[in-house]
Every structure is written in structure tokens, then in C-alpha cells.
Design a protein around this ligand. Sequence first.
Ligand SMILES: [Ca+2]
Length: 531
Amino acid sequence: MLFRHSLTASLHFLFVTFVSFCSFLLVAPATTAADRPNILFMFSDDHGYQAISAYDSSRNKTPNIDRLAKEGMRFDRAFVTNSICGPSRAVVQTGKYSHLNGFPDNGARAYFNPAQQTAPKLLQAAGYNTAVVGKWHLVSDPVGFDFWSILLGQGPYYNPQMKTAAGLTPHTGYTTDIITDVALDWLKNKRDKDKPFFLMYQHKAPHRNWEPPLRNVDKYKDVTIAEPATLFDDYSGREFPARDQQMTVANHMTPLDLKLIPMQDQNAEQREKFQKAYEDENKKFEEAKLEGREKTKWHYQRFVKDYIRCVDAIDENVGRMLDYLDESGLAKNTIVIYTSDQGWYLGEHGWYDKRWMYEESFRTPLLVRWPGHTKAGTVSDKMVMNLDFAETFLDLAGLKVPEDMQGASLKPILEGQNPADWRTSVYYHYYEFPQPHHVHPHLGVRTARYKLIHFYTLDDTWELFDLEKDPNELKSVYKDPAYAQTVAELKTELKRLMEKYQDDGTTVVKYENPNPPMPKAKAKGNKAKAT
Ligand SMILES: [Ca+2]
């Protein structure tokens, strides 16, 4: 018995030694544990670049987020592979397109397979102290994190419950502030200070239904926010899908979106203060009985003001995080990344929401500050993607990027290099249909000048945009004979990219939730619809 114990102990010792040795080998030889940088990944949900003043100051000012552009690099051509929440998050975890990471849409059975390879798991194994706080939205619990505290699904704007390895914790207050409180508490009190950290700090805001904090409800009250040039787009220059969607500011906003009824996630005290801020305007709106363009203009002002009120709260909290990095002395050795899971329509094309390969939702904001490495105030027009984040995290930590990850590390670009073999085209594939918003599945390719889109479930439905002549993508030139050569070249490029990324265009390796939510009870009198 004694012999067995000592043998077990010896084997255990050898195993631990071996594991430590392997962890040491995983780290590039030039890097020691002491100088590996911390990585703070700030991620918001549906934050269009049009509402960050480092990109566009026509609607609001974001002085704290702008600091990252001033002190680091702004990317003007950052794109996503599939413009929707859960799928974008799965891409960030894995560095793989949806058809390979198994999370192509947010359907009822969507499920992120936690057994697969992820960047956080590799960072954790290599000695990083890892954490995720805020919106997760991948159904399965986080794996590869020493600490996690996440919202349930989308999470509410007020009074969230947050799930940790120990169970559910209720919080009172505004979710954007609470996520920051929890993240700061981990940085200050809970993390292992002998290790570099990797923190995913992920906001729910400014996702629909755009509920601002009580401190911001009166902001912009007497201001008229600029309307985008395409607010009254009639879709005449595009194919059927642009007309067939259900995401217009004019006709597809609910009373909850427009704050015409009480919010559901607030307590009585919060609700009273919140409603008071809207009641005069709501009364006038109901009496005016607006129609047509005037009604759309009113919807736009209400929506965009609430949206930027939520964004401003993110900016205030980004300021709290950056201040802490400064005060603690962590700023010098911490890479800070700000981005969103995808872009957003702030009334462009008459829309809200995302999904399309059109520029506003295909692009996403990306700002990176890396003291001592990235030159302050620089701008990159390299075509980069959310597909590149996993690879970038690993490369910044001095780790080898696994060959089956499909993106590329941004490290050389951040260091001011101009990699000769950097991509000159981006591949996109969106799946979720028909609901919500009825955006037909599509895939496509974008180059510096052109964008070719294929609505592949419809008969021969293609669009081509010449972004140099038509940056707002109002008129498809797919059928214009002058572009026949361009169409042929782009179809060849599309085929090349589909092969490169192993996407046959129709099937997806999809993981299904082993414990799917119960189907909702059918409403009475809704039989015809249900079948
Ligand atoms: Ca989103």
C-alpha cells in the first residue's frame, strides 16, 4: 500500500514536471513569463463605427474609446465573417468560420461545442490568467477561463443575474456599469498577479432594445441628430432581398423599442424615473398621429438617441477601465483592443439591425493600443477580420498559432510592418433565415474596390457594387455589361476563397444543444401559423 502511494506520488511528480516543461515549450523562446503582455479585449454588441467619434463624430462623442485611436491604431477595414451576435463570438473564440466552429446562427438549438479548440484554452494552458465578464451568448458555459461571470443569453439592461461557476448572482443597477464593476473587481482583487492576464470584457449594450442608464435619459433631448443620407432608400437599385427584409425604422420597431410602453427589466423605482423622461414626448407623438416620412423621422430620432445614450454609457465605463490601467501601472504592459461583434445600421438604408454584407454591418470598429509597439495615432486600411482575433491573442502572448485556425495575426500590422502577403479580399457567409428580420442567406467577396454578393437560396440572384463610384451601395451593377469582366474575376476569387476556407456554400457542421429550451406554448387561435 505504502509502495503504491509513493509510486503514485512519484508518477504525479513526473507528470507535473512534464506538464510544466511542455508549458515552457509552448512559449516562444524569446519571451519570458515576466514580459508577456496582458490582453484586455473590450467587446461590445452591435456597436457600429458610426457611433464612435474616432470614426464619425456626427452623432455622438466617445472620448474614452477615442483614446485608443489617439494612443494606438484605428482599423478602417475591419470586417466580420457572419454579421450576427453568437456566430461572431464563436469566430472570436476559435479563429474559424461558422461552418467549422459549428455556430452559424442564433436559432433555438444553437450551441457552442465547448470541447473544441479555443484561444482562451490555449492561453490558459500557457500560463495566462484568463477571465470573461459580461455577454457570452454561446449557450454552453465558458471553458478555458479561470474566472467567468456572464449574462444569461442576451441579458437585460437593468438588474442582471450573472452566472458564474458557483451559480447565479443577482445584481441591482445598470448592466453596463455592473459588468465593469465585476471586471474591475477581478483585475484588482481576484486575478493571479503572478501571471499575465487575458480578460474578455464584453458588453450587452448597445444591443436592441437600447435602454439607456437613468443618468443619460435626458441627454440629447433638445438636439436633432443628423439623419443618414440613405434613410429613405427605396431599394430600387438592388435585388429582391433588400426589399423583402423586416428591419426598417419605418415599420418594424415595436412599442418596447420606441419606449412607448414600460420597460420589463426595471424595478418600480427605476421604471418611474425612466418613464418620466419619455412621457411628454410620447404624449405629443400619440397626439400628432404622424404618418409616412414624418413618422419615420420621429422613430429615427427616438431610436438613435437611445442607442447613443447606451453607447455613451459604454464609453464612460471604458474610461473607468483605462483609468484603472493607468492608476495601477498596468497600462504599459497591457494591450487594449476595442471592437464589436459586428457593425450596425443607424438608419442607413432605412434600417436598424445587422446581418447584411452591406458595409455598415459587414464592417466593425477596431481600435488597438499597444504601448511601445504600436505607433500612436496610426490608421490601417488593411483588410482585417474578427477571424484574426484568436490568432492575434496567441501571437501577442508569444504562442504558436495552430494551423487549423483560418485567420492571421495582426501583430505585424500593429508593429507597423506591411506584410506583403496580407489578404486583399474578404469572404463572408450569413445563414440565419427566415426570422428574425427575414434577411435571405448570402455569401460573397469584397475586394478594395468591389463587392460581389450571392443570395444562393434564390434563383440567380447576385449583386455587384463598385464601392469607388457607389460607396453607399445603392445600385448593383451586376447586370451592367461594362462590369462583365469584373464579375468573372470576382466569381473566380469567390470560388478560391470558398475552397481556401473549406466552405462548400450549403452545409454547415453544426453542433446542437443537448438540452434545448422548451418550445414556447402555442398561443390560442394561432393554429394555422403554427403548422
Ligand atoms: Ca451583435
